[in-house]
Design a protein around this ligand. Sequence first.
Ligand SMILES: Cc1cc2nc3c(=O)[nH]c(=O)nc-3n(C[C@H](O)[C@H](O)[C@H](O)COP(=O)(O)OP(=O)(O)OC[C@H]3O[C@@H](n4cnc5c(N)ncnc54)[C@H](O)[C@@H]3O)c2cc1C
Length: 380
Amino acid sequence: MFDQRDDDGIVILLDAEPLADQHAAVREAASVSPAAGLSTVEALRRKGYQGTLTALGTERTKLRSELQLAFLEAEFVLGDPADSLESATRTVRTASGRRLSADAVVVATGVRPRELPGQAGPAGVHVLRTVDDAVALRADLRAGARVVVVGDGVRGAEIAATARTMGADVTLAGPGRAAMAAQLGPRVAGLLADLHTEHGVRLRLGTTVGRLTVHQHAVWSAGSGPVLDNGVVCDATSRAAEGIYAVGDVSRWHHDAMGSLLRLEIRTNATEQAGVAAANILGAQQSYTPISYVRTDQFDARIQVYGVPPADAEVCVVEGDEGDRRFVALHRQGGRVRRRGDAPSRRRGRRRGRGRRGRSVPGRGHRGYGPGRCPGRCAA
Ligand SMILES: Cc1cc2nc3c(=O)[nH]c(=O)nc-3n(C[C@H](O)[C@H](O)[C@H](O)COP(=O)(O)OP(=O)(O)OC[C@H]3O[C@@H](n4cnc5c(N)ncnc54)[C@H](O)[C@@H]3O)c2cc1C
């Protein structure tokens, strides 16, 4: 029903328009794909681990066939989620009271949306995480509907653009000075703001809407153990405490090349971090230093971002023209292009850069623009 693209990890429907009688199965399949957990199990077996493996999940994944799962020779405990973690003994207690002790525990629970006070209950208030969330939201997105999107990150900006394209009257609110400012830096985020405004999205930015609560899935740790702070805090090897690792959306690990903690919510990260964590469980001491990557389509623009721009960086356009909204921009600090992670491979850069729309922001231009002197016009 689904496949995953090799170049960017995006999961696609094999049949873009499944028949009506397949809709329930598609929904179920999309909602039960615990990427990081399953990838960890697979990576451990690939790397030669022959001991006992137990995977706790809410449902069996539909990203693998029964045969593929059988090959893993793991016990899949389904419908009995983890309830608490006793870190000193690495013991997980499940909802039914079962206790599982292990040499290594991997937390791969993903995250859930932040909630606003009083959010539960009223009709017309949505969060977006699961397929059911998406279906419920779509039912309310009709032409002329008034929509307020709370959250100015990638998903918020995407939802605003989609709702506006569907004819809704849209306001985007959030605490940043511009939508996606953390991913794009202020200058390029300003261009994105122009794009939204031109299409009729009202921006109400620089405002915090209510109080937000923590949003990692709660697998609370008893006693001293993992620190929960906007995710499970880990060292560079994805280790949260002795014998305890966290991978995927829930992991906030120390990115050695950036020199700071980072949490990434992208599908490829779930797979790649799981591979490194599996190696470390088996005795390696590998730091996990991916280059973060975001791709998003909003209105008629495709935006691709490699790395995390420093807040005080200057922007240097090395290809194309900002006025045409077809350009490649580098962020530099102290007159030099700052490396914010490992350089992407040429193959990956080329494949990811293939545009499909006329007026998009091309990604191919990053080839060869590694750390060092800025090769282009400085637009700071
Ligand atoms: C609207 C939306 C759009 C997105 N679009 C993209 C995109 O275009 N490209 C991209 O790369 N990424 C995208 N993402 C992000 C991507 O979906 C995540 O990065 C990826 O799913 C993370 O994988 P994960 O395994 O860490 O978490 P999940 O996929 O969330 O899996 C976690 C699993 O753990 C289970 N679980 C939770 N609590 C427990 C418990 N206590 N016990 C046992 N099991 C538990 C959950 O049921 C779930 O099955 C999008 C996300 C959203 C919300």
